[in-house]
Write a protein that binds this ligand. Sequence first.
Ligand code: ADP
Length: 385
Amino acid sequence: MSTLKLQQLNKTYPDGHQAVIDVDLTVDDGEFFVLVGPSGCGKSTVLRMVAGIEDVTSGVVLIDGERVNDVRTNVRDIAMVFQSAALYPNMTVAENIGFPLKLAGVGAAAVAARVARIAGQLELTNVLDRKPGRLSGGQQQRAAMGRAIIRDPRLFLMDEPMSNFDAKLRTHTRHEIAEMQRRLGVTTIYVTHDQVEAMALGDRVGVMRGGRIVQLGSPMELYQRPDNIFVAQFIGSPPMSVVSATVVHVDGLAALRIGSQQICIDESSLRHMPLLSAMVNRSVALGVRPEALLVDRSGSLVASAVSVERLGDHQLVTASIDAPPVPATGGAVQAGIPSGSTIIARMDGIAQVSLWKPLRLRIDPAQIHLFDPSTGDAIDVGGQR
Ligand code: ADP
């Protein structure tokens, strides 16, 4: 059991590409920490520097307070599991799991006892005699995990261990990984591009973008109080809708103008945003999640439904409004995500809307997010954050 500390960690590849920039991070003993971000943001490079399979350009990697920058991988006492399980095909599960101990010269009886214990924890007891070819994908990955952790490593590093699984197996194995980590209590750093996985697994999550950690926090902190538009749209599915708006005064109270429309904010919500009234005439990026934007006849925002996605107990309505888009510099997630004048609202499972007809939406002002449209950073409106 161990702690990991990264101080001002940087990695520049020989071709000049800065893959990791000024990463500071402390992972506590027994913590399940997840690094999440889009492909190419530097997650694996961080993990590989922790493992010692990638040189550190500058900065420090400390395990239990000891600087390990120049310590070889095999003496860092780290277990790693990668995308593909990579078990030895000619060995049984028991032989695979026990292999690192056998290699270390541990006696056969001690190896067998330890394999039995790990197999019990990973629910592999009844497949110990099988070769990997006769295992399910999830069993293979668990066997690889068993082999990785049998030596009681100080750190357990996992890099997209479920990326080859189908959706159902991912959900199932996710529970198993979380369970296993809790039972073993080993300090874990898990890399994924999948925010659902990050939210489900992490005690804490670090969101990476362009080589930097742009926010660290518990899953709920990231969801409820994103520091910037990027995190706001990366965490949560479907993503938070973000549109351009202007703070205005209506009857002496701060309100928001969205395109040609105005949204009033009730006094009790305004009390939680004491700084908003000082922002009149300021352009903002307004962020709102579907659960705070409901299809409701009494709503004051008029939009036009573009598409409807039925999800059983509720539906998601994508609607267009006449607000200008948020400039891309605001840190918005670009690909495949509605931006600017498209917003996603929630509706109960049986309601019906007509496409391309006016649709009323009600925004819960207590759940809105405001960002600076030029930097993408969250705006402090007082008590809200
Ligand atoms: P992630 O794990 O977030 O997908 P990586 O850490 O693998 O990202 O890579 C980060 C960036 O560094 C990417 O742009 C990738 O192309 C680049 N990169 C990774 N390995 C090398 C390398 N050996 N040489 C040059 N660039 C690399």
